[in-house]
Design a protein around this ligand. Structure first.
Ligand SMILES: [Fe+2]
Length: 129
């Protein structure tokens, strides 16, 4: 099993400023998909793939149901909730060997690759949760 508790890091002042600037510039964006493309879908799950090069970001998206992430590669990825949500920007460190992570429903954010490696993951959306 490849799993470790997600490790959040304190972003540098410079990085935090960059992420806050991103949030201001993209404020008001409408909700889009949680990832780039759908690999599989049935009545129970929808399996998505996302690839973000350094500096790239996802659509603003909402996790209306529970998700599991299977992260293959990356180094640092930020979650940027809209300012009006009141939630804080966070930066997670991706372990060298990747990770599997449960994302409980409820969050709204952009994912932003603030590292230097390709961020690549599958997302398993549990439709009936
Ligand atoms: Fe997300």
């Amino acid at each position: 099993m490849i799993h470790s508790t997600p490790e959040y890091i304190q972003p540098t002042a410079e990085l935090l400023e960059k992420l806050e600037k991103f949030r201001e510039e993209n404020a008001g964006e409408s909700i889009g998909g949680v990832a780039d493309r759908v690999l599989f879908e049935d009545d129970n799950v929808k399996i998505w793939e996302m690839k973000l090069e350094p500096g790239q970001h996802s659509d603003l998206h909402h996790h209306a149901v529970d998700y599991y992430l299977i992260i293959f590669s990356g180094d640092y990825v930020a979650g940027i909730p809209p300012k009006e949500s009141g939630a804080d920007i966070f930066v997670a460190k991706v372990p060298e060997q990747g990770n599997t992570v449960h994302i409980p429903k409820g969050g709204t954010e952009w994912a932003y690759n603030c590292g230097e490696k390709l961020y690549h993951e599958y997302l398993v959306e549990l439709k009936n949760t």
